[in-house]
Design a binder for this molecule. Sequence first.
Ligand SMILES: Nc1ncnc2c1ncn2[C@@H]1O[C@H](COP(=O)(O)OP(=O)(O)O)[C@@H](O)[C@H]1O
Ligand SMILES: [Mg+2]
Length: 259
Amino acid sequence: MAGTNPKPAHTLHIHDLHVEVGGKEILKGVNLDLFSGEITALMGPNGSGKSTLAYGLMGHPKYVVTKGEALLDGQNLLKMPVDQRSRAGLFLGFQYPQEVSGLTLSKFLWTSYMQRHTAETADAEKFGKDLDAHLAWLEIDNAFLKRSLNEGFSGGEKKRAEVLQMATLEPRFAILDEPDSGLDIDAVRAVGQAVSRLHRPDAGILVITHYQRILKYLKPDRVHVMVDGLIALSGGRELAEQLELKGYDWVRAGTAATN
Ligand SMILES: Nc1ncnc2c1ncn2[C@@H]1O[C@H](COP(=O)(O)OP(=O)(O)O)[C@@H](O)[C@H]1O
Ligand SMILES: [Mg+2]
């Protein structure tokens, strides 16, 4: 909670972020602060720019930052090449994970792990032990490790594989883009509980979601609502519940009234 974590170890400050896609401005000046030790939820209607924020921060070439900054512990991520952003501790779990034929899940996880480590800091034994634990929490069968990354995985299996990557990489800030979309209720519970268990006090999580259901397991410290490329409303956990009852039109009407 914000009050119990007065001096977060890590911060990600997003300031006045503008992002264009295909020449059209989608993000129009987003301000958002993330803190280690906290789970932040970003909600909002479809097409409001939530994924654009995730891609813009990660450095996807189609998502062009035209203004603003994103400071991870004071360092501007937006000036770094993509691989450096990842080494700086940023992780993105995709809304639509890509299938990669011929690259097994285990090889992929080990390669990702080694990108964050050197020969001295890598610990294959710990990697294997942690992996077994994460597979169990996420209710993923070990046989998946031998399969090509995401190839033929169901929607739920893909989302679990994204969380497995987060677990392996131990990022400072993880953005999970709709980890609950396309999942049945048991998978939402498994993913929600696993992310909650994986949440370390020295790491922050931004969970992007359309619905309140995964937040039952994640218990966010802060909730922000994006509408039309801007944060329209911010609050605590209760805001997610209000949205579930009242819908996003209620926020739209509110922003219209204050404009
Ligand atoms: N690759 C793209 N090409 C063209 N338009 C895009 C692309 N990605 C996003 N957009 C547009 O940007 C807006 C925001 O999309 P997105 O960030 O995916 O919203 P959300 O994740 O909140 O549903 C939408 O109008 C969408 O059509
Ligand atoms: Mg999206």
